[in-house]
Design a protein around this ligand. Structure first.
Ligand SMILES: [Zn+2]
Ligand SMILES: [Zn+2]
Length: 313
């Protein structure tokens, strides 16, 4: 009896040891930007840890990574980023030997090609439903996460990557992806209705981050102040934007917390222009499975403030 008990306790402590080891081998997923972490959070199982590299308040366009941040890259099992057109500060690190093998660029040309067939299918459906004729396959604008259908494609890519890790619960990843797809589709339909009255409002954006959202929901963007936020816009371009603002119907400027609002003020002095702030980096959105839908709604809410009756002068 006594021997049997000892044997059982040995088995138990051996499994405790194994359990202890597997608990140590947890999965750490690093996203370059917060909106990407929201997509990862939507797909990942609850035991997976997620975090964001670029801290709140910083813009990926001019971010320079402190050497201490290398630890976050070293600890990550997988690193998701948009790609070389977006997080230029990561180009050398994530295409090099040390991190190249565990990095996934969600805007990679080969990923585009692989998903183009699926994308076209999604799109003919999507077009039938909403009369949204814009094409997702083209364009170099790297702010792909603001377009909800592109976000679904990114989430599919994330699912495929996580499914390739050791010991992941693939059925759970699939369920999470399907839940995400349904939630985004529902949110998209709500937003399309909410934004319908915005047809005759002329929107102006600080930089191209807003463009893909506007295209997706058929909003009218009459001016983008700077096409490359790493460079200051030229005087000529600013003058053109000012002219468009002057002749626009209910002009509304969408500013961003990462950029200097005071600067906008001087450009718009003496003009009857409304302001609304949106955050392409989802700084205030909690990293939960529902975070991406909340992020979409936060952009729509900022645009709704541009309605003449909602605007603060
Ligand atoms: Zn940007
Ligand atoms: Zn779209």
């Amino acid at each position: 009896m006594r021997i049997a008990k000892t044997a059982i306790s040995l088995v138990l402590s051996a499994s405790a040891l194994l359990y202890g080891n597997s608990a140590l081998a947890e999965t750490y997923i690093l996203a370059s930007l917060k909106p990407l972490e929201l997509l990862v959070r939507a797909v990942a199982t609850e035991d997976m840890h997620t975090s964001t590299l670029v801290p709140a308040g910083s813009s990926p366009h001019n971010y320079s990574m402190a050497p201490s941040k290398r630890r976050a890259l070293e600890n990550a099992d997988v690193i998701f980023w948009v790609g070389p057109e977006m997080e230029t500060f990561l180009n050398r690190l994530l295409t090099g030997d040390e991190f190249g093998g565990r990095s996934v660029a969600l805007m990679a040309p080969d990923a585009d090609a692989a998903s183009s067939e699926r994308e076209n299918q999604d799109h003919s459906q999507h077009n039938d439903k909403h009369g949204d004729g814009h094409d997702h396959g083209d364009g170099e604008d790297p702010h792909i996460w603001v377009d909800p259908q592109m976000a679904v494609t990114m989430a599919e890519n994330i699912r495929d990557t996580l499914a390739g890790l050791d010991g992941t619960d693939k059925p759970a990843l699939d369920r999470n992806l399907e839940r995400f797809r349904a939630a985004v589709t529902q949110k998209e339909e709500q937003i399309r209705e909410q934004l319908a009255p915005l047809q005759d409002v002329s929107l102006f954006a600080y930089h191209s981050a807003f463009t893909r959202f506007a295209e997706h929901y058929n909003l009218k963007v009459e001016g983008v102040l700077t096409l490359n936020p790493e460079l200051s816009p030229g005087a000529r371009h600013i003058a053109d934007v000012q002219n468009s603002l002057r002749s626009a119907n209910h002009p509304c400027l969408l500013t961003e917390p990462q950029f200097n609002r005071q600067w906008w003020r001087s450009i718009t002095q003496g003009l009857d222009v409304k302001f609304s702030t949106w955050d392409p980096l989802a700084t205030d959105i909690d990293a939960t499975a529902n975070g991406y839908a909340e992020f979409q709604q936060s952009i729509a809410d900022a645009v709704l403030k541009c309605l003449p009756e909602n605007a603060e002068h």
